[in-house]
Design a protein around this ligand. Structure first.
Ligand SMILES: O=C(O)CCC(=O)C(=O)O
Ligand SMILES: [Fe+2]
Length: 547
């Protein structure tokens, strides 16, 4: 029997494909997954060999000559490289950025030589290497980290992230980040100003020991000042902008940034402005170290050994109740390290950029920067076992094939985040409009009733899951699961379960999501005995039955 023939049902697989397929995009393919960045370093030699075969298949010629030069250059670099040391640096944002930038610069040259669109295999192999889009995405991530965790640009440039130390950024890097912050209207001109001031400081220090690598040299002071004047102009600080212009023009009145500033000051265009949303609640929860705010004492919030339904009574799971309404709970040690390793190594080479469901369908979105892959129960006994365990712990049905046509649980979604990777505030449920977009089977299954999110890794700093309306913050602990009902017992969407995945500051973040749906759980999620029964009231009946 082929693996394909094990697909639970056509209807199920069709809807899953519809729901989870990813749109092809030209955007960065590497920076959203820390595993992909590590893989790029570890596998470079193998990938170069693959590229060699691709080039030979294309017929050699001038292309082969140029490729051979590149190949020899990179091979001599690989020989000198301390691969594992570099890989270790990827857990730090500056180390990760430097790695993405180095590969993008090197392989962009190769992209020009080879023209990846000339063969499918060539394009696929080139996608393993970071591109300019990845560098831009990484720069946007710096600004996100700075905003959410209120970091100082000067500390970040020094490689100091709340005490987690790493390599410093170059003067060119800080300038490029300032440019990104300027160019992207939803990022702040204030941030830009901060990065430009850091650049000016680095510039004044650089004159004594200029950077050897011409690629890394600081921009001219006139360019930094020109851009700074433009940031000030947009912040409506006209006098300061004029003052900076006077200084810049003395340095070099032909510098394009100075010319652009002059144009702004004379033509006085309406400063380009788009509201910049700062979600202070989410940001402060993301920085919070404890799960509950101090005034949150409620005697019902307690720890217990929860018996797993349908299992021998001695099987218990360590549960910590975080919130009654909405019902949010933690379960410790729901998986072993070995199981986690099996899961992550199965998906590692299949990760694709996560998307969000928008008006025009699924698309890549800056609000969600991570990579994912779905694992079906039928793919491996290890995956199926996890599904069964989730069912035993929660009392909900997790079957992917239920009633032949319907499903009670989705396949396990494995996620890996990259530099500053996050998921902005969202609900896991679908609106009626979205369900229509997803197709008939989604419409027939009701909605996502609950989420069981397993942390497959610890994260050194950042990466918490937070509930801004319920005032809860959970920092990842390996093998711990976060469980909540998105729907109230009445079936109404519980807005308080809107949540965010905070940006990863230092380290790597892997999670697994299991979503349960309503119709497949009609008889497992019980209703309350009274109209206003909470999930906690219902819970005891779900564990022990109606006795
Ligand atoms: O990574 C997290 O902390 C949250 C992920 C999440 O909310 C999702 O994948 O729907
Ligand atoms: Fe979510």
């Amino acid at each position: 029997m082929t693996e394909r023939s094990l697909v639970p049902s056509l209807a199920l697989s069709t809807v899953m494909l519809l729901v989870f397929s990813c749109t092809v995009s030209v955007l960065g393919k590497v920076y959203t997954s820390s595993y992909k960045v590590m893989n790029m370093v570890r596998q470079e030699e193998t990938l170069l060999q693959d590229l060699h075969v691709d080039v030979l298949e294309l017929g050699g010629g001038e292309r082969l000559v140029e490729f051979s030069k590149f190949f020899v250059e990179r091979m001599s670099l690989i020989e000198k490289r301390e691969v594992e040391k570099e890989v270790e640096m990827i857990s730090h944002p500056n180390g990760c950025y430097k790695c993405i930038k180095e590969f993008s610069e090197a392989y962009n040259k190769l992209r020009e030589i080879l023209d990846p669109s000339s063969s499918e295999s060539l394009r696929e192999h080139m996608d393993f290497f970071a591109s300019e889009e990845d560098v831009k995405g990484a720069r946007r991530s710096f600004i996100r980290l700075q905003d959410v965790y209120r970091l100082r640009a000067a500390d970040m440039a020094n490689g100091n992230y709340t005490g987690f130390l790493g390599p410093p950024l170059s003067c060119k890097d800080t300038y490029d980040i300032a440019r990104t912050s300027m160019g992207e209207s939803r990022y702040s001109f204030l941030r830009s100003l901060e990065w430009l001031n850091v650049t000016l400081d680095l510039l004044s220090n650089e004159s004594s020991s200029p950077e050897e690598d011409p690629q890394e040299r600081c921009p001219h002071e006139s360019s930094v000042l020109g851009l700074k004047g433009r940031a000030l102009f947009r912040l409506k600080r006209w006098e300061d902008a004029k003052e900076v212009y006077d200084k810049a023009v003395k340095q070099d009145n032909t510098d394009p940034e100075v010319v652009a500033l002059e144009k702004d000051l004379t033509e006085k265009p309406k400063p380009f402005y788009r509201p910049y949303s700062i979600d202070t609640k989410v940001y402060s929860l993301c920085s919070q170290e404890s799960k509950l705010t101090p005034d949150e004492f409620d005697p019902r919030l307690r720890c217990m050994y929860r018996p797993a339904s349908l299992r021998p009574p001695y099987l218990r799971y360590k549960q910590e109740l975080l919130s009654v309404s909405p019902y949010v709970a933690l379960f410790y040690d729901v998986m072993s390290d070995v199981e986690g390793d099996v899961i992550t190594s199965t998906v590692k080479d299949k990760l694709i950029r996560a998307t969000t469901l928008q008006k025009k369908g699924r698309s890549i979105d800056e609000a969600r920067t991570s990579d994912l892959h779905f694992l079906y129960d039928f793919e491996s006994p290890a995956v199926a076992k996890i599904g069964q365990r989730i069912s035993a712990i929660t009392g909900l049905n997790t079957e992917q094939e239920w009633d032949n046509v319907h499903y009670a649980g989705e396949p396990l979604q494995i996620l890996n985040y990259g530099l500053g990777g996050h998921y902005a505030t969202h609900t896991d449920t679908f609106s009626e409009e979205q369900k229509h977009k997803l197709g008939a089977t989604a419409l027939e299954n009701g909605n996502r009733i609950a989420t069981f999110l397993i942390y497959l890794s610890d994260v050194d700093k950042g990466g918490a899951t937070v509930f801004p309306f319920a005032d809860r913050a959970v920092s990842p602990v390996k093998n711990m699961a976060l469980f909540w009902y998105s729907l109230e017992p009445s079936g109404k969407l519980d807005k308080a379960t809107d949540h965010s995945g905070c940006p990863v500051m230092v380290g790597h973040k892997w999670v697994a999501n299991k979503w349960m749906w309503t119709y497949g759980n009609t008889f497992t999620r019980r209703c309350g005995l009274t109209k206003d029964a909470t999930q906690l009231d219902i819970d005891r009946y779900m564990i022990h039955g109606w006795t």
